[in-house]
Ligand binder design. Structure first.
Ligand SMILES: Cc1cc2nc3c(=O)[nH]c(=O)nc-3n(C[C@H](O)[C@H](O)[C@H](O)COP(=O)(O)OP(=O)(O)OC[C@H]3O[C@@H](n4cnc5c(N)ncnc54)[C@H](O)[C@@H]3O)c2cc1C
Length: 320
């Protein structure tokens, strides 16, 4: 698509849009080519108007949160990349219910709840995504997941219709939800928490943080765990056993510290990360007869599709 094809949209939304925005500035991997259009709606009304206009102009759109689980191709994204902003950063407490809008950081929301003496989100104090991304991904750690505390989410469908779905209706499974499957947009999420001792929760969060920094390469750009754990095993264990720890392609490297992390040593390309993903999958399939599926979402065009479960959905631009 040429920039001219966005002229109508740009006229209508120029206050919240930039053109040719480097996506490397919006992912924790620090990787990704330019998005033709990058839009940061501030309100639900503005978001609704934007996606209705995008449909009218037949321009594809893609949602990102904090980019902490995304591999965006070196060629970037043709269409609009939407990142919620402004009013989407709010959060409010009502007794033991916490309502958080989608752009709020998961870490900030979890610490805020703890400071209010509310327990349930401590597991998420090390997950550097947004609430929207965490709910869509059913993010989890330390044996807990978003679905354990969520009561309902307010969503926008691809047609711009607002719906509220309960946890049961959201079809959560391991790092998956119907939100991802249908490309719905999370506007806000409501959590039921329990009274807890603020100091004890802080201690728990601190000990988990210590463990993470001892076992994960947190000083280098990454997207956390690259592969989902296969049933009854750990992707990191399989990758390490295959002797792939430290394997490097260009400036992308399978971390020496944690085999399920791929780190960016400098100016790594998305194609180099994708080649490492491919190498890991082929090696583990050959050695163990196990097919590993990426947890990370691939956005844009890649030669490699990520395999059955991680296939790139070109119509929507993300792997499912
Ligand atoms: C150092 C590190 C440690 C990590 N540790 C963990 C961990 O312990 N557990 C874990 O589960 N994950 C972990 N992650 C991965 C990541 O933080 C989570 O998957 C997070 O939930 C992604 O949120 P995000 O806002 O960054 O989403 P993005 O990466 O921006 O997007 C991920 C997916 O969510 C979708 N999405 C984003 N916002 C919305 C929205 N508002 N509505 C609908 N869909 C949306 C995107 O379209 C995309 O498909 C880690 C990542 C890093 C870098």
């Amino acid at each position: 698509m040429s920039v001219d094809q966005y002229a109508q949209l740009y006229d209508q939304f120029k206050d919240i849009m930039t053109l040719n925005e480097p996506m490397a500035d919006h992912t924790t991997w620090r990787i990704g080519g330019p998005a033709d259009v990058f839009a940061r709606p501030q309100t639900i009304d503005q978001l609704q108007e934007l996606i209705i206009a995008a449909k009218r102009e037949q321009v594809p759109f893609y949602l990102i949160g904090k980019g902490s689980n995304l591999l965006i191709s070196d060629e970037g994204i043709r269409g609009i990349v939407i990142q919620l902003n402004g009013q989407f950063e709010r959060m409010t407490f009502n007794d033991d219910q916490l309502l958080v809008y989608a752009a709020k950081g998961m870490v900030a929301a979890a610490y805020n709840a703890m400071a209010h003496g509310l327990s349930g989100l401590e597991f998420a104090t090390g997950i550097p995504g947004s609430i929207g991304g965490a709910v869509a991904m059913n993010a989890g750690a330390h044996g807990r997941e978003i679905r354990d505390v969520l009561t309902y989410a307010d969503l926008l469908t691809r047609d711009g219709e607002r719906i509220r779905l309960s946890k049961e209706e959201l079809g959560f499974s391991y790092r998956h939800s119907l939100i991802k499957e249908n490309g719905w947009i999370v506007l806000s999420a409501s959590f039921r928490l329990e009274p807890g001792d603020a100091q004890a929760m802080q201690e728990t969060a601190k000990s988990w943080a210590r463990r993470r920094s001892a076992t994960q390469p947190l000083s280098l750009p990454s997207c956390g765990s690259v592969f989902r754990n296969p049933q009854g095993d750990f992707a990191a264990r399989l990758i390490e056993a295959a002797g792939l720890k430290g394997k490097r392609i260009g400036m992308a490297q399978i971390s020496e510290k944690h085999a399920n992390f791929i780190v960016n040593l400098g100016d790594a390309k998305a194609s180099e990360v994708a080649a490492l993903i491919q190498l890991v999958r082929e090696t583990i399939a050959e050695r163990e007869g196990i097919l590993l599926y990426p947890e990370v979402k691939m956005m844009g065009d890649f030669e490699y599709g990520g395999g059955a479960d991680g296939q790139i959905d070109r119509a929507r631009g993300t792997s499912s």
